[in-house]
Design a protein around this ligand. Structure first.
Ligand SMILES: Cc1cc2nc3c(=O)[nH]c(=O)nc-3n(C[C@H](O)[C@H](O)[C@H](O)COP(=O)(O)OP(=O)(O)OC[C@H]3O[C@@H](n4cnc5c(N)ncnc54)[C@H](O)[C@@H]3O)c2cc1C
Ligand SMILES: *[C@@H]1O[C@H](CO)[C@@H](O)[C@H](O)[C@H]1NC(C)=O
Ligand SMILES: *[C@@H]1O[C@H](CO)[C@@H](O)[C@H](O)[C@H]1NC(C)=O
Length: 422
């Protein structure tokens, strides 16, 4: 315990000492030790940090931006997924089901705004029915036992605005206020001794004596950098345990871990998803989440309600390339929602919501999916990679944590603790 406290106070002293200095040092940057370091304060990093702290570890969360949850965790549909679409026995299926259960319980116990509003997956033509049946079978196979196949007449009673020929009802799907969730995770992590270091970017690392040494820089010192040129480290930190939960940066960061076998690091791909909101209507036209059948790279331009009852449509899928590492670390993505994209939205949405009037879609926000398979390639599972895979002591990489990562966050944390903490 004393040792741990010492490590922590020396980290803080080092922070003052070195991050205060104006000229960044490269080689010969000061070295410090730490117990458990979590890279990234998104919903996954916060969940893992909290779980580690509650397991008695001395946790430091390193976050490049000035606040928590500024990445994908605040740019998503905020849907608690049931666990329907994912291949049998995949981590996505397992973590989604377990995460859903943990999340409903967590939110209920802490009065975090959430609602089990249910969801309909709709087939809008007879030709789509086999696909709908396949989704139903897959969901049942994954253990989503409450799924129901329902006829059009029942859909009309439940959702008068929705046009379809058949639908799957998923009663356990819901919505959650992700900001309140993260605030709660953060508070509990901190009350168990976690230190969060904002404005602190991990720029790379190297393996020495089979341990990963992290190269760290104050974010401010990087902001004037352009491109991918050498990113200077101001501090080298050697933790006993490192969780790379850097979201969109997890892969580019691992590519900068010198000495880590690069054959086990996947390629990174980025796919933007834009949302359009439904202009103020007197009463929301839907009671539940409404999803068309999945499209490549996403799960279709669906209807999401937030807890205030306002409606958004999205996300679509737009592959983007030419992302450099620094842009990624500093979250300098292009999140602009081009109003022109609404043309495609109108067409897709009217297949199941024919009463959508012209001019009623307004640009909302966008998020970017941390993909590890590209356009036209089969989607891949989450990757949770520890010493058993790459041989580096104490390093756990989390790659490809796209949807259902929000739903899965507590289950990912549970898994990391049970598998990698001795
Ligand atoms: C459009 C869209 C819709 C989605 N909808 C849903 C949904 O409805 N339900 C669901 O369950 N999931 C959904 N998801 C998935 C979910 O949002 C993500 O899986 C989840 O938010 C990932 O959390 P994270 O903590 O891994 O990543 P992030 O939230 O991105 O957090 C990573 C953090 O790491 C920090 N960071 C990055 N690089 C560095 C560095 N070098 N050094 C230090 N810090 C760094 C970032 O600043 C960021 O804060 C959706 C995703 C998208 C894109
Ligand atoms: C992070 O940096 C920003 C901009 O430099 C600054 O305004 C903010 O106070 C910093 N936050 C923390 C927690 O240090
Ligand atoms: C609901 O509306 C309030 C006030 O407009 C806003 O502050 C809040 O963020 C909204 N909540 C959600 C979940 O969108």
């Amino acid at each position: 315990m004393l040792l741990r406290r010492a490590a922590r106070s020396s980290w803080r002293a080092a922070g003052r000492r070195w991050f205060g200095s104006r000229s960044p040092r490269v080689e010969g940057a000061p070295r410090e030790k730490a117990d458990a370091v979590v890279i990234g304060a998104g919903v996954v990093g916060l969940s893992v940090g909290r779980a580690l702290a509650m397991a008695g570890r001395e946790v430091i969360v390193l976050e490049a931006s000035g606040s928590f949850g500024t990445g994908t965790s605040s740019r998503n549909s905020e849907v608690i997924h049931a666990g329907i679409y994912y291949p049998a026995n995949s981590l996505k299926a397992r973590f989604c089901l377990r995460g859903k259960e943990l999340l409903y319980k967590y939110c209920a116990e802490r009065e975090i705004p959430h609602k089990r509003i249910g969801k309909l997956i709709v087939a809008t033509s007879d030709a789509e029915i086999p696909k709908l049946e396949a989704i139903f079978a897959r969901g049942k196979g994954n253990g989503v036992e409450d799924l129901e196949m329902i006829e059009q007449s029942r859909v009309v009673e439940m959702e008068p605005e929705v046009r379809c020929v058949k639908a799957v009802l998923s009663p356990s799907s819901g919505i959650v206020d992700s900001h309140s969730l993260m605030l709660s995770l953060l508070g509990e992590a901190e009350s168990h001794g976690t230190t969060i270091s904002y404005n602190t970017t991990v720029v790379g690392g190297h393996v020495e004596n089979n341990r990963l040494h992290l190269h760290i820089s104050e974010t401010k010192g990087l902001e004037s950098n352009t491109g991918n040129s050498h990113l200077q480290a101001q501090l080298m930190l050697t933790p006993n345990l490192i969780i790379n939960s850097a979201g969109l940066s997890a892969v580019p960061l691992a590519k900068r871990f010198l000495g880590l076998s690069q054959s086990i690091v996947p390629d990174a791909y980025y796919a933007r998803g834009c949302y359009f909101t439904l202009a103020q209507t007197r009463k929301p036209p839907f009671y539940r989440l409404i999803y068309p059948l999945p499209e490549e790279g996403g799960i279709g331009v669906h209807v999401t309600l937030d807890l205030n009852g306002s409606i958004k449509f999205g996300p679509d899928v737009e592959w983007i390339d030419g992302i450099d590492d620094l842009a990624c670390f500093l979250n300098r993505f292009d999140y602009f929602v081009n109003p022109d994209r609404s043309a495609k939205f109108y067409g897709e949405i009217r297949k199941y919501f024919p009463n959508l009037k012209d001019g009623f879609l307004e640009p909302g926000y966008s998020g970017i999916r941390p993909k590890i398979s590209g356009r036209g390639q089969a989607p891949l599972d989450f990757i949770v990679q520890g010493e058993d895979v790459h041989g580096v002591e104490g390093l756990v990489n989390l790659f490809g944590i796209e949807s259902p990562g929000l739903t899965s966050s507590l289950a990912i944390a549970e898994h990391v603790i049970s598998k990698y903490i001795r």
